[in-house]
Every structure is written in C-alpha cells, then in structure tokens.
Design a protein around this ligand. Structure first.
Ligand code: DX5
Length: 234
C-alpha cells in the first residue's frame, strides 16, 4: 500500500454552512484557518432535493481565496455545466457517476477544459463503477451521506467501499485522490482515513467547532494522519 507519508490528508470545507451574505469574508476566513481547498456543493433541485450555488456566486468569491476551489456537481446534466464552473474558477470539477451516461468522456472533457476531474459515488453505488475510468480521474469521491444537505449522519457501511477504492487506486499505480464527504467529524474521520481516504470534506462539524475553524482543521488533520498510519499497518 502507498506510504502514508505520501498521502498527507487534505482538509476541505464545504461552504454550505457559511453566511452567504458575507461569502467573500467567509472564504477568507477558511483560507486563514489553513484549509487545503474549498468545496462548493452545487445542487440543482433535481438530482438532489436542494438548490445552491450558480457559477456567478463562485466567480465573485474566487478573488477572496488563496486556495483552490472544487465544484461538486450534484446535478442531472453535468456535461452542460462543466465550462461554466471551470470559467468561474473551479480548478477541480466533480461529477456524479449516477448522472453520467458517458462517464469516461465527461471526465476526459473536464481535463480538456483545463481542470482536474473527479467522480463521485453515492452510498449505494459500488466501487467497480469507476474501475475503467481511473485513468481519466484525478479524484474519486465516496459519499458518506446521501447527497443534498449538510448536517447528516455519517454512513459507516461505506467504509468497505472506501477500502476497495483504495486498493483499486493502489493497484492502478495512478495518483488518484480518494475523498469522502458527509458527516465527517473528529470521530468519524478515523474510520474513513483508516479505510484509505486522504481528502476529507467537513461542513457542519468544522463550522460548529467551539475553538474555531483553525482548531477544527488541525484536529481533523491530526486524527486523519494517525488513522491512516493505523490503516496502513493492518
Ligand atoms: C451533501 C453535502 C454535505 C456537505 C458536508 O450533499 O455534500 O456532505 O458537503 O456537510 P456535513 O459536513 O455537514 O455533513
């Protein structure tokens, strides 16, 4: 398995809990807290029963950030929106396998447009769905909640899938990140990291941390690093 030191955990906030009336300041605060990237949960009200960010809002926030943006497209028509979110300043665009008839082509298109590509799997979707597209993906996202809302409970039964994805990525020899999203706290991150995840999305837990976002980032990174080492040892 990959040396844990080679996979330093990345801590990436979801801005769903942010004060949207002050989004520029919120983005600056996340950067000052030491996050590695920022995730925009893009929802269309059809693929998931919620509606969130258009590209114009993300473009307005972009100058306030010193870290990269990733767009998690929870939409039924990602192919039609790729260019809009890349032009808005998202360096990484994540599509759902469940929304892509031609997933291989969609991931290749994201790269052609100059961004890094990611593919997300809902909790019910097996790891094998990405087996033949790892060459086109810079990241695989294993959802640890059913997408649509922040503040949901982590689904631990996804952990065997995380481990399977880690083995697939290791066997491929490709530098694919393995991200988890949903219900990530200082407690649940242990199982996800031990199973092989190396990028962690946190929204409600990070925003609610009693000692602030910087303390939350440090705590998540510390637990994830130790847990990854434990997972490597087993
Ligand atoms: C679900 C969203 C959430 C969010 C993280 O569609 O993708 O998972 O990013 O929210 P928390 O950390 O509050 O579960």
């Amino acid at each position: 398995m990959t040396d844990p030191r080679a996979r330093q955990p990345l801590i990436v906030p979801s801005v769903l809990p942010a004060d949207f009336a002050r989004i520029g300041e919120e983005v600056q605060a996340l950067c000052e807290a030491g996050v590695d990237r920022i995730q925009w949960d893009v929802m269309d009200g059809v693929f998931v029963p919620n509606l969130t960010f258009g590209p114009d809002l993300i473009a307005a926030a972009r100058p306030h950030s010193t870290v990269g943006f990733e767009a998690h497209l929870m939409v039924v028509n990602p192919d039609e929106l790729l260019g809009r979110y890349i032009d808005a300043g998202c360096e990484l665009v994540i599509v759902h396998a469940e929304a892509c008839t031609h997933l291989h082509r969609t991931l290749a298109r994201i790269r052609e447009l100059g961004a890094r590509s990611g593919v997300a799997l809902n909790p019910h979707t097996p790891a094998e769905v990405v087996e033949h597209v790892l060459t086109e993906a810079d990241m695989v996202l294993a959802m640890t909640v059913n997408p649509g809302f922040g503040g949901q409970a982590y689904i631990p039964s996804v952990e065997p899938k995380i481990a399977r994805l880690r083995r697939m990525i290791h066997d491929s020899g490709l530098p694919v990140e393995l991200e988890v999203d949903g219900g990530i706290t200082d407690t649940t991150i242990h199982g996800a990291a031990a199973a092989g995840a190396d990028v962690f999305i946190s929204g409600s837990w990070m925003y609610a941390h009693p000692h602030g976002k910087a303390a939350a980032v440090t705590q998540l990174r510390t637990v994830a690093t130790a847990s990854a080492r434990e997972g490597e040892a087993t």
